[in-house]
Design a protein around this ligand. Structure first.
Ligand code: PLP
Length: 393
């Protein structure tokens, strides 16, 4: 059946296809180690789960305000003030069903035939997919290994043209684990003063997943761009709540009502008990967050050392998120072939770099949100595979 042409351009997030294939192989009896999907391997902390159960028992079964319950929006505002010493009014905060929903909404708002949207490459695949869906032209911001997988402000500013409507930034970043240093953000923000009509979407979903005493540079701390800044954040990664589908967006006053109307049209409100769980996540103990990040840090160091011990593989140390992005170009394998064969033959699920953009060729993404033991077993299998199997030609 024929659908509108936009739907023929909509893309994919291959991590979900790999998750499905890994499940099939496991069901057939293979011992599969999943370093593919980007989600913490920890359960949601008990206090958060209990808050959801309590909310259900207390009768929170109906619709809530489309923008989210007020105590939760106030808690997001207080949390941002505590972490970034910056004021965000609850009136600008929209509770949404997952981080993805903010990029969906922002890209729908600014993308149309004839417009251009800048997005990171390699980057989260849904940026490009949604840009193409709207008919806008995707313009890749190169994310290079030689820059520690951070964007270059100079290179980004040069990509701006008369039709640019939106710039998407992501730090700490998926899939490379890079973070953008403050000097680059300063430079970019200064350069953007010349383009007051361009909106900025800052995806800060990994803002608490930082290592080596790095501090997150939130775009919220630049008052000069607040009137055109949209921030994507949520609970999925920080509180191990990927399956709850919970996120929040911050919108400038001028756009908030449009985003609210989209919510009313598309999802009405976020699942009520999940909102009470999110409230507990922000207002309760943060001990579990610290423990998770400390565990990821240990695994991060381990996986980088093990990757660098594999002939033909080199991996710089990621500074944020929970991904390593090793360079596999010297193995002779094309990245997607390698990722596929590693899964099919060695039972190790990873994602080929090209699934994150054209500059991902020569890399694979490894999510180290798995136990140290599983990561070591996976790295041993990868080493064995690469030393015994000839690349496909
Ligand atoms: N943004 C980035 C950079 C991500 O990596 C992800 C998930 O992997 C998301 C947004 C989406 O988060 P959610 O699962 O809350 O929709």
């Amino acid at each position: 059946m024929k659908t509108v042409k936009n739907f023929d351009r909509i893309g994919e997030e291959n991590a979900f296809a790999v998750l499905g294939r890994a499940g099939e192989l496991a069901a057939d009896g293979m011992d599969v180690i999943n370093l593919g999907i980007g989600q913490p391997d920890f359960p949601t902390p008990d206090n958060i789960v209990e808050a959801a159960v309590r909310a259900l028992r207390d009768g929170h079964h109906g619709y809530t305000d489309a923008i989210g319950i007020l105590p939760l929006r106030e808690a997001v505002s207080a949390d941002l003030y505590r972490r970034y010493n910056t004021q965000v009014s609850p009136a600008n905060i929209l509770i949404v069903p997952g981080g993805k929903v903010t990029m969906f909404s922002a890209i729908l708002m600014f993308g149309s035939e004839g417009s251009e949207i800048l997005y990171p490459d390699p980057g989260f695949p849904i940026y490009r997919s949604m840009i193409e869906y709207t008919g806008a032209k995707p313009i890749a911001i190169p994310i290079r290994e030689k820059n520690g997988f951070a964007f270059s402000a100079e290179e980004t500013l040069k990509l701006i043209g008369p039709n640019t409507r939106l710039i998407i930034l992501n730090s700490p970043a998926n899939p490379c684990g890079g973070i953008t240093p403050k000097v680059e953000v300063d430079k970019l923000v200064a350069g953007l003063a010349a383009y007051p009509d361009i909106a900025i979407l800052s995806d800060e979903i990994y803002d608490q997943m930082l290592y080596d005493d790095e501090k997150h540079v939130s775009l919220l701390t630049y008052p000069e761009i607040r009137d055109r800044l949209i921030v994507l954040n949520g609970w999925s990664k920080t509180y191990a709540m990927t399956g709850w589908r919970l996120g929040y967006s911050i919108w400038p006053e001028e756009l908030f009502n449009k985003a609210r109307k989209l919510a009313v049209n598309a999802w009405s409100c976020v699942n009520a008990p999940a909102q009470y769980a999110a409230l507990e996540a922000l207002t309760g103990s943060q001990k579990a967050v610290g423990e998770m990040v400390a565990a990821f840090d240990v695994r991060r160091k381990g996986v980088v050392a093990e990757l660098n011990d594999i002939p033909g593989v080199s991996c710089i140390t990621p500074k944020g998120a929970f991904y390593a992005f090793p360079n596999v170009s010297k193995t002779g394998w094309r990245a997607k072939d390698l990722a596929r064969e590693l899964l099919e033959k060695a039972g190790v699920a990873t994602i080929g770099g090209p699934d994150f953009g054209t500059l991902g060729e020569g890399y694979i993404r490894i999510s180290y949100a798995n136990s140290q033991e599983n990561i070591s077993r996976a790295m041993a299998r990868m080493k064995e595979f690469l030393t015994t199997t000839k690349p496909l030609v």
